[in-house]
Design a protein around this ligand. Structure first.
Ligand SMILES: Nc1ncnc2c1ncn2[C@@H]1O[C@H](COP(=O)(O)OP(=O)(O)OP(=O)(O)O)[C@@H](O)[C@H]1O
Ligand SMILES: [Mg+2]
Length: 226
């Protein structure tokens, strides 16, 4: 699923965001990526999405090499990845259903099927009663669930959630973490960056990877949160 060998990410201004990381992540794993602000979590997710390229080392995601020369194939790889961000990145003035359908457009499937898949995804996150609500009328927790529906509607092999609980209160954050964990299956891997380690307790079977100043200082299965 993911193979990283000695990867480094040095930004053009000289910042060493990631330094000599080697790890593999298999199919069906649930991984929490932890670490203080500035430790490199978002940078690592950007590499996995092919939005940045390793400045040293080798990275393969779903068999695809992440290098500058492979940008066309990386565009195709991104169809198999569902990204979720802290800011939701929803389009205002459009309803929940339209927002989720926009996430399916790149797949080039017929409009009828696109609508059916989008409705299914919204129902999966408990928003079947909000298909036609403009996103700006939704609560923060509901908006994050629309963003998750948009990410999962394309049935991605890899879900990458960057601080998905950052804008949520405790109850909504817990609901979102549980929801994301529920998408893990033998074919789907979920990676979540979060500061909300106190909320992870109730979620079984996960792996923690912790970064500090771009270095992996912890990688263990079934870790205990701090
Ligand atoms: N485009 C960029 N150019 C230069 N430096 C960058 C760039 N993006 C991030 N950085 C730096 O790389 C380091 C890692 O940043 P990153 O955003 O990956 O951290 P993070 O762990 O996601 O932090 P947070 O928890 O605050 O989101 C930081 O020192 C940051 O300032
Ligand atoms: Mg970040």
């Amino acid at each position: 699923m993911i193979e990283a060998k000695g990867i480094q990410l040095k930004y053009p201004d000289g910042t060493m965001a990631l330094n000599d990381l080697s790890f593999t992540v298999g199919k069906g794993e649930l991984v929490y990526l932890l670490g203080p602000s500035g430790s490199g979590k978002t940078s690592l997710l950007k590499l996995l999405l092919g939005l940045e390229f390793p400045t040293a080392g080798e990275l393969r995601v779903l068999g695809q090499a992440i290098t500058k020369r492979e940008t066309n194939s990386i565009r195709i790889l991104r169809r198999k990845i569902g990204p979720v961000s802290q800011e939701f990145n929803l389009i205002k003035g459009r309803n929940a259903l339209e927002n989720v359908m926009l996430g399916l457009r790149i797949l080039g499937i017929p409009p009828g099927l696109m609508e059916a898949e989008a409705k299914k995804a919204l129902a999966r996150v408990g928003l079947e009663h909000k298909y036609y609500s403009p996103v700006e009328n939704l609560s923060w927790g509901e908006r994050q669930r629309v963003a998750i529906a948009r990410a999962v509607a394309r049935q991605p092999k890899l879900i990458l959630a960057d601080e998905p609980t950052g804008n949520l209160d405790k109850d909504n954050a817990l609901q979102v973490l549980n929801l994301l964990a529920s998408f893990v299956n033998e074919d789907t891997t979920v990676i979540i960056t979060t500061h909300a380690t106190h909320l992870m307790r109730g979620i079984p079977g996960y792996r923690c990877m912790e970064l500090n100043q771009g270095i992996m200082i912890r990688d263990e299965k079934g870790c205990r949160p701090h």
